[in-house]
Design a binder for this molecule. Sequence first.
Ligand SMILES: NC(=O)c1ccc[n+]([C@@H]2O[C@H](COP(=O)([O-])OP(=O)(O)OC[C@H]3O[C@@H](n4cnc5c(N)ncnc54)[C@H](O)[C@@H]3O)[C@@H](O)[C@H]2O)c1
Length: 440
Amino acid sequence: MTGADYSRYARELEEKIRSRKAQVGVVGLGYVGLPLAVEFAKAGFSVTGIETDPQKAARVNAGESYVLDVPREELARLVEQGRLRATTDYSCLAGLDTVNICVPTPLRKTKDPDMSYIDAACRQIARYLHPGMLVILESTTYPGTTDEFVLPMLERDELRVGREFFLCFSPERVDPGNRQYQTRNIPKVVGGITPVCTELGALFYSQALEKVVPVSSTRVAEMVKLLENTFRMINIGLVNEMALMCDRMGIDVWEVIDAAATKPFGFMPFYPGPGLGGHCIPIDPFYLSWKTKQAGIEARFIELAGYINGQMPLFVVEKIQNALNDRCKPVRGSHIHIVGVAYKRDIDDVRESPALDIMHLLKRRGARLSYSDPYVPRLVVDGEEMSSEDLDEMAARADCVVIVTDHSGVDYRRLVEQAQLVVDTRNATRGIRSEKIVKL
Ligand SMILES: NC(=O)c1ccc[n+]([C@@H]2O[C@H](COP(=O)([O-])OP(=O)(O)OC[C@H]3O[C@@H](n4cnc5c(N)ncnc54)[C@H](O)[C@@H]3O)[C@@H](O)[C@H]2O)c1
């Protein structure tokens, strides 16, 4: 520690963090919060999760994991050892030294940020804020949230930031389903309101995570996350547009990308698909464009990529329609079986999944639908509840099988053998030669 301008409370907190006696709190035990809580519990801290959903809190306390990346045995062991517990009661904050906020940040229908979850969490934290407390916002949000929105809710005369309490932003970069990079080994960027806040935030994370990257402010830390996700969104938009162009010109876009990716510098492969999904890539860049609009700058790349990516489900539906027409079958009345409805491979999350848009559009055109997904046993499409069906049985029966999500456990060769027609939006049938396959 630099020692520069370190208050008594900063020193006491530093000591508690170093000795792992700090009582750690995590607000919001979802895809981000639960793995984080588990990492700190594994590092020897006593961790309390605060979760508004009583069922989730009860499941954690029963040692039951509902997040794929958190193994059940690990969670159960930590709960049994008394290192991790969950509650719906915010009053426990009075006894906690640190609190990480991991609540949702969706968009409103108008594509404006929905700050209601951060607002609700911060109102509760403000009630129990006490000297020596470290508060870290992890939810993805627009640059300026921590200093313009959160700080005024927390700071008062007797509780000054950098002196009595400490406030940071640290973007969460978790990639659900990624077996190589998980919460522990993804470098953690952290920026504080003051240098002391940054130092304490960095010290805190370094106890449980492998690498910490301190930055000079909360705004830099907020912008880092938006740059990362905007980079992905725009590159996916570019490659989706390439796919549309290649389709018109009769060129295999997948072969193009594979060959381009042999260039050892200056190129990074992105792949086209049925549309963006999940909680991050389709949403986060709009937090940035909303904010920059206020500063008089139109985020044109974001709007354009958003438009192209948003067209992909319709493009897929047209592909299906054309493929069926070529076989003299109209979409209306045809049985179309969707393979994979999660928004990406090997996860159980259907938020913003393009499968939902595709199924909605096909239903409107009069198709009969079924789906199979080993991770998603039930799904509601246009208010109708559906159950995952046996893939072998449906592949043989359906007029067309559409691969929307390329889960790794599926035998695609067998699928092609059984099916009459396969529309593949992910190149899951790479290497399989068949007249039955129609690719994006
Ligand atoms: N899921 C990802 O892959 C991912 C990756 C990086 C960043 N993020 C960001 O992290 C944040 C959280 O995302 P998530 O995927 O974990 O969401 P999630 O919906 O899985 O989890 C959020 C949890 O917070 C709880 N909650 C809501 N309001 C609360 C409150 N006031 N107090 C306590 N608990 C409350 C919800 O019940 C839910 O369990 C979002 O800002 C998201 O953009 C998500």
